[in-house]
Design a protein around this ligand. Structure first.
Ligand code: ATP
Ligand code: MG
Length: 366
């Protein structure tokens, strides 16, 4: 998959921009606060997902303007496509000239994997960030998973209400078994999918990490579950284990009014040579872990879709030593890649691709 052309109008600090990027590597360099990440964010929005910076739509519009327009031509699924987005009072989304109801409909049509410094949260923050990563990746490939997730959280909150209300109305506890059955059904399905996915992710990420670290360190990933600590992914068996755990934990759940075991407590342990990257990893190691996870995600997407997603790497090169930078550039091979950095010296060795300077929202040398 690749972008052939992008045009932006009044998008953040970019008044107008027209670019025909290289099919391979595109380097956008420049001083701080010039608009490099803004351009990456614009490309990302065409995946149909929300801004990776968590921005609201009206924040995307250039100060003092009423609307912003984004347009791309891209090659994907073996054909040429166009997509347009207009944000403002009248929002407009078009794919191949046909209007879409929501940006979610773009999902799966235009695929990117993004790494920006905010994604370091994947290693540094609590389990919720890692669950979100797993769920977002899986949803792109398995739409039924999203449904199961929302059913699970609905049942979970009903169960919590019931636990609390039962303190005053003990008869309510008669229905707890039914809620537990629903919870177990959705939960075991989600856990089995997550286990398989983490297995695949581990396979790709370990190989990439080992390349980044010059074969001197080993990355491993483990799904840490409150339900089951084995690699077993049989759904029926997981249902049984989950139900047993709920029974064991019932007194505690009643006391606290919450559910102490389940997939809402899952985490992914990210280990370098058996030690938690979160507690012991250096900045470069943590960055390499996230990079390996993101590139592993792109490998899995590639297997699923039969074509490479576009790779957006915002400010990745700082904190990577020259071996890691060289490995990364080689690894990316024939994918379309967009990279930003402040200092273009990292790329002097690059023979192909385009290098452009971003200055006050304008691209120079495009
Ligand atoms: P760094 O190297 O520090 O990451 P950058 O080149 O990636 O910098 P961006 O984050 O792309 O910088 O752009 C930041 C600039 O865009 C800021 O100066 C900010 O004020 C400006 N900006 C953000 N939103 C808007 C908007 N809606 N309208 C106009 N300017 C905006
Ligand atoms: Mg930036």
């Amino acid at each position: 998959m690749k972008i052939d052309k992008i045009c932006l109008t009044d998008f953040r600090n970019i008044e107008t921009l027209q670019l025909e990027p290289d099919a391979g590597v595109n380097i956008i360099y420049g001083d701080n606060a010039q608009g490099k990440t803004n351009l990456m964010e614009a490309v990302w929005l065409f995946t149909g997902a929300k801004s990776f910076r968590g921005a609201k739509e009206n924040e995307l519009i250039r100060f003092g303007k009423e609307r912003c327009a984004l347009e791309i031509s891209f090659t994907g699924s073996g054909r040429e496509n166009t997509a347009q987005m207009v944000f403002g009072q009248q929002k407009k989304l078009l794919l191949n000239e046909l209007p879409l109801k929501s940006s979610g409909e773009l999902s799966g049509k235009f695929c990117c994997v993004v790494f920006s410094p905010v994604h370091l949260a994947l290693v540094k923050d609590g389990p919720a960030a890692r669950r979100r990563f797993l769920d977002t990746c899986i949803c792109q490939m398995l739409p039924s998973y999203l449904q199961a997730l929302s059913e699970y959280s609905r049942v979970l909150s009903q169960r919590s209400c019931l636990l609390r209300d039962s303190r005053e109305h003990a008869a309510l506890l008669d229905t707890l078994e039914i809620w537990d059955m629903h919870l177990v059904q959705y939960g075991a399905y989600i856990l089995s999918v997550r286990k398989r996915f983490v297995g695949k992710l581990q396979h790709h990420a370990a190989e990439i990490y080992s390349g980044l670290a010059g074969n001197t360190e080993k990355l491993s990933l483990q799904l840490a579950s409150t339900i089951d600590g084995t690699e077993e992914d049989d759904r029926k068996l997981l249902e049984q284990r989950f139900m047993e755990k709920l029974h064991q934990n019932r007194a505690e759940d009643l006391r606290l009014g919450t559910t102490g075991v389940g997939i809402h407590r899952d985490d992914v342990d990210i280990l370098i040579d058996g030690k938690h990257a979160r507690s012991y990893g250096s900045q470069g190691q943590q960055r390499s872990c996230v990079l390996a996870l993101k590139l592993a995600e792109s490998g899995i997407l590639q297997e699923k879709m039969g074509e490479n997603p576009i790779i957006l790497l915002d400010d990745v090169m700082s904190e990577l030593d020259h071996h890691r930078r060289d490995f990364l550039l080689n690894y990316l091979g024939d994918r379309q890649v967009w990279m930003t950095c402040c200092d273009p010296q990292y790329f002097f060795s690059l023979k192909n691709g385009k290098t452009m300077r971003m200055e006050h929202g304008r691209l120079i040398g495009a």
